[in-house]
Design a protein around this ligand. Structure first.
Ligand code: FAD
Length: 115
């Protein structure tokens, strides 16, 4: 299997790309799909310590993905992107890496850097 770092970089690319291409306003079926995906992902991610910590993060009341909730994390691209950014920053903190400035999320993952 790939090492934890290579797997992590590729996986964050996939997860942030999913968030960056999520609809600006997501219909309830899409929200339910992504919730299911993230919950299953957090159980099958093949770095077991990573998966376990991520599951705990996802289960905190403020991070929980609730489809159809007014103002919820799954409502649209902007809120889901910020949720994903916070999820990644949680791991950055744990590993002693710099936190990413989530105001630059779209620039990094959707529209491309200005320069
Ligand atoms: P990465 O952290 O992989 O980031 C890749 C790129 O994403 C960065 O260069 C930056 O441009 C961008 N980026 C950074 N932070 C953010 C952010 N907050 N929002 C948006 N973009 C950002 N590794 C462990 O050793 N232990 C763990 O417990 C662990 N848990 C993980 C849990 C999950 C769900 C995932 C997907 C990975 C986990 N990893 C874990 C791997 C770890 O997060 C890194 O992927 C790995 O250490 C490689 O780091 P990196 O410095 O190359 O950049």
């Amino acid at each position: 299997p790939p090492d934890v770092e290579t797997l992590g970089r590729s996986t964050w690319t996939l997860l942030h790309t999913i968030a960056a291409t999520y609809p600006a306003t997501a219909p309830p079926e899409k929200q339910a799909e992504v919730k299911t995906f993230m919950n299953i992902f957090s159980r099958i991610y093949p770095c077991w310590v990573c998966a376990e910590d991520f599951q705990h993060w996802i289960e905190r009341p403020e991070n929980r993905l609730v489809p159809g909730q007014e103002g919820g994390h799954l409502g649209g691209r902007a809120s889901f992107g910020q949720w994903m950014c916070r999820a990644h920053n949680e791991v950055n903190r744990k590993l002693g890496k710099n936190e990413f400035d989530c105001r630059r999320y779209e620039e990094r993952w959707r529209t491309g850097w200005a320069d």
